[in-house]
Design a protein around this ligand. Structure first.
Ligand code: PMV
Length: 329
C-alpha cells in the first residue's frame, strides 16, 4: 500500500534571531525569536509511504542523497512514525526554490514542508501548532515556517517540547517587503548547529545577547501592533548585529561575513540616508537581507544595482504558511 503527502513551505528570515539551544536533543532555544515568512523562497516536498520499500530514500532536486543526509530524514520521519505506531518506509522528494545552505534558511522551508507532507501521508491530522514542534526538531528555524507573515517562535518552558512552538503574530500585509542581496550562494563552511554551540560555550557576550533578545522581542511586537516600520527596522538591524557580535566574541572567533557583505551593509545605510527606510539583517552566511516597505522595493533594487548584479538582488513579498499541494503542482 502507498500513501502520499505533498506540501509547500516558504522560508523565513528572523528579525529577532535564534542563536543557541538550551536542549540540543529537543531543539529547545535559549530565547524566543520572531521572523518574516518570504514568498520568493520555498520548498516543495512529496512523501510516499510505501510498504515495498526496505529503507527510506531521499531525493533533493532530483539527486539521490547519501546515507548521512538520508539518516537525518529518517530520524525526522520517525517522530511521526512513532506517534502513528507504524514502520512503513518512505520515499521523499524535495525541490528547493532556495539556494541551499547559503544563509537563506533552506532548512527552514525544508523541514516545515517535510513535516506538512508527512503529516498528510500518515494521516495524523496534526494542527499547525503541533506540526511546528515537529518541524523544530528538524531545524530550529523551521518551527516558524508553518505560518505566514510575522511569526514568533515561543521558547516554551523547561524541557517541555510541546510548549516550544510557532505563534502567528501578524499577516504583515501592511507594505512590508524584503530584498535579498546574494553575496555568495555557495555552501557555508560552518553549520549553524556548530556555530551556535561554539558561541554559547565560549562567548562572554552570550548571556547579555539572550537578555536583550528578550526585551527586543517585546518592543518588536509593540512596533508590529502599531505598524511602526521604523522601530521594526531599527530593532531588526540592531538584533542581527548583536547576534554576530556574540559570534565574534567566541573562541575561536566566528564570522560568516565576506567583503561584499560589508559593502552591502554600507550601501543600505547610504540608501537610508537618502530618506528611504531600509534595514539589514544577516544569518549564518554572508548574504544580506534588507527589510523595507514593499512600496520602496523597486527604488531600492535600482539603487542596489549601482553596486551589485541583477542576479544578486532578489526581492520578495510576504509569504504564506504551509499549504498542501495537488499532484499537478
Ligand atoms: O535552525 P537553523 O539551523 O536554520 O539556524 C538558524 C539560525 C539563524 O538563521 C542565524 C537565526 C534564525 O533565527 O533563523
Amino acid at each position: 500500500m502507498k500513501s502520499t503527502g505533498r506540501c509547500r513551505a516558504h522560508t523565513n528570515i528572523a528579525l529577532i534571531k535564534y542563536w543557541g539551544k538550551r536542549n540540543e536533543e529537543l531543539f529547545l532555544p535559549m530565547n524566543s525569536s520572531l521572523s518574516l515568512t518570504l514568498d520568493a523562497f520555498y520548498t516543495d516536498t512529496e512523501v510516499v509511504l510505501d510498504d515495498d520499500l526496505d529503507s527510506d530514500e531521499f531525493y533533493l532536486d532530483n539527486t539521490k542523497q547519501g546515507d548521512k543526509e538520508t539518516q537525518k530524514i529518517t530520524e525526522f520521519l520517525n517522530l511521526f512514525r512513532n506517534l502513528a505506531n507504524i514502520e512503513t518506509k518512505a520515499c521523499v522528494k524535495s525541490y528547493n526554490h532556495v539556494p541551499t545552505a547559503a544563509g537563506l534558511a533552506s532548512s527552514a522551508s525544508a523541514f516545515s514542508a517535510l513535516a506538512g507532507a508527512m503529516n498528510q501521508a500518515v494521516g495524523l491530522n496534526l494542527d499547525l501548532k503541533t506540526l511546528s514542534t515537529f518541524a523544530r526538531q528538524g531545524s530550529g528555524s523551521a518551527t516558524r515556517s508553518v505560518y505566514g507573515g510575522f511569526v514568533e517562535w515561543s521558547m516554551g518552558e523547561d524541557d517541555k517540547s510541546s510548549t516550544s512552538h510557532a505563534v502567528p503574530v501578524d499577516d504583515a500585509k501592511w507594505d512590508i517587503g524584503m530584498v535579498v542581496i546574494a553575496v555568495n550562494t555557495g555552501r557555508k563552511k560552518l553549520s549553524s548547529r556548530v556555530g551556535m554551540k561554539q558561541t554559547i560555550e565560549t562567548s562572554p557576550f552570550y548571556s547579555s545577547w539572550v537578555e536583550t533578545a528578550t526585551s527586543d522581542l517585546t518592543k518588536m511586537k509593540e512596533a508590529i501592533k502599531g505598524h511602526d516600520f521604523i522601530t521594526l527596522g531599527e530593532i531588526t538591524e540592531s538584533n542581527g548585529m548583536k547576534m554576530h557580535a556574540t559570534m565574534l566574541g567566541a573562541f575561536p572567533p566566528i564570522s560568516y561575513w565576506e567583503p561584499d557583505s560589508v559593502k552591502a551593509i554600507q550601501k543600505v545605510k547610504e540608501i537610508r540616508e537618502t530618506g528611504i527606510p531600509c534595514y539589514v539583517t544577516m544569518d549564518a552566511g554572508p548574504n544580506v537581507k534588507v527589510l523595507c516597505q514593499q512600496s520602496d522595493m523597486k527604488k531600492i533594487e535600482e539603487l542596489l544595482l549601482e553596486d551589485f548584479n541583477r542576479e544578486q538582488i532578489i526581492p520578495s513579498t510576504v509569504g504564506e504558511g504551509i499549504k498542501l499541494l495537488n499532484a499537478s503542482e
